[in-house]
Design a protein around this ligand. Structure first.
Ligand SMILES: Cc1cc2nc3c(=O)[nH]c(=O)nc-3n(C[C@H](O)[C@H](O)[C@H](O)COP(=O)(O)OP(=O)(O)OC[C@H]3O[C@@H](n4cnc5c(N)ncnc54)[C@H](O)[C@@H]3O)c2cc1C
Length: 286
């Protein structure tokens, strides 16, 4: 049975700068559909106002589940039907936490500069601001690969997802995290539920890179039997190649996602390389 993808208004409750370049933004709504307190890596799309708008224009929600629309994509047709000048900027994010008692979800925004509408909005966000939200939905939930020792690797954009995965690790699964950040001030607590995690921070201002750190890693990767990798697309692809071809992890044991593309926005069309990797990712899906 198909599910309609929820499209809702969300209102900012509070804003906290958890690091110099990360704003943790709390959102509430009359109803926050599709959210679960304990599911890791819940992804959603936020709709941001265009210049001159105080609130974004939203696509109409899908009225009912529709058997002819198994992935709940009707909302996207409605989104594209909004004239371009009024169509909201839409960007992907991760639910960092959801407090059912307060009915507040938090999202961590990486403030990478004024060049992106989401980063610009996040830097100026204030309580009372209103955005649109599409999702999250269990339709797009991907199960974590089963593992005894899991590698989690990513940059700042992946840290919210990595944190929720660590919090949800089952007993008996250890984790090793490789996290690339701009500088030491961008580090944050990454506790794991199962207790057995190690975190290796990689600092760009000291010349570090995620790809080099994982490639050069020694015994800390011994026994790793699954990996979850996200962040800048070319780094994710290089890491996936390294893990499969050199460290001999089964392809299906490496979950990977390009979260952003250097010099391209989320509105830009997929490149041929993006499409080839999307097809490979679909083919590897369990
Ligand atoms: C499933 C998923 C979950 C995600 N979760 C999060 C999350 O929880 N928090 C979060 O902050 N991001 C997250 N991202 C990444 C976020 O969607 C992108 O970084 C997005 O491009 C930000 O939009 P923007 O409007 O700021 O920039 P865009 O308009 O998309 O891009 C403008 C320019 O900024 C550059 N750029 C974009 N992102 C970055 C960056 N991080 N660092 C440096 N330059 C950048 C682009 O290359 C481009 O040149 C997620 C992405 C996906 C696909």
């Amino acid at each position: 049975m198909s599910q309609a993808l929820p499209v809702t208004w969300v209102r900012v409750t509070d804003v906290e700068r958890i690091t110099p370049a990360t704003a943790r933004i709390g959102f509430t709504a009359d109803e926050l559909p599709g959210l679960l307190e304990d599911r890791p890596d819940q992804q959603l799309k936020l709709c941001l106002p265009r210049a001159g708008q105080t609130v974004p224009r939203l696509p109409e929600p899908e009225p009912e589940p529709d058997a002819d629309d198994p992935y709940g994509m009707r909302w996207y047709e409605a989104f594209l039907a909004i004239p371009e000048a009024e169509r909201p900027w839409m960007r992907s994010f991760t639910v960092r936490s959801y407090d059912r008692r307060r009915n507040v979800m938090t999202v961590d925004f990486v403030l990478h500069g004024d060049g992106g509408p989401a980063s610009r909005w996040g830097a100026a966000a204030r309580a009372g601001d209103v955005l649109g939200m599409v999702g999250p939905s269990s339709l797009y939930a991907r199960p974590l690969p089963a593992a005894r020792r899991m590698l989690l690797a990513g940059d700042e954009t992946a840290l919210p997802a990595i944190a929720t995965v660590l919090e949800a690790l089952p007993a008996g699964t250890a984790a090793v995290v490789f996290a690339e950040v701009a500088e030491a001030e961008e580090e944050r607590e990454l506790p794991s539920a199962a207790g057995g995690s190690e975190v290796r921070w990689v600092h760009r201002d000291r010349g570090g890179s995620l790809v080099a750190a994982v490639r050069e890693a020694g015994p800390e990767l011994d026994g790793v039997d699954a990996a979850w990798v996200a962040g800048e697309s070319s780094a994710v692809r290089a890491l996936r190649r390294h893990l499969v071809e050199e460290r001999r992890l089964p392809r299906a044991a490496v979950e990977f996602s390009g979260y952003w593309r250097r010099a391209l926005t989320q509105d830009d069309a997929p490149t041929e390389e993006d499409l080839a990797w999307a097809a490979e990712r679909a083919a590897d899906a369990p």
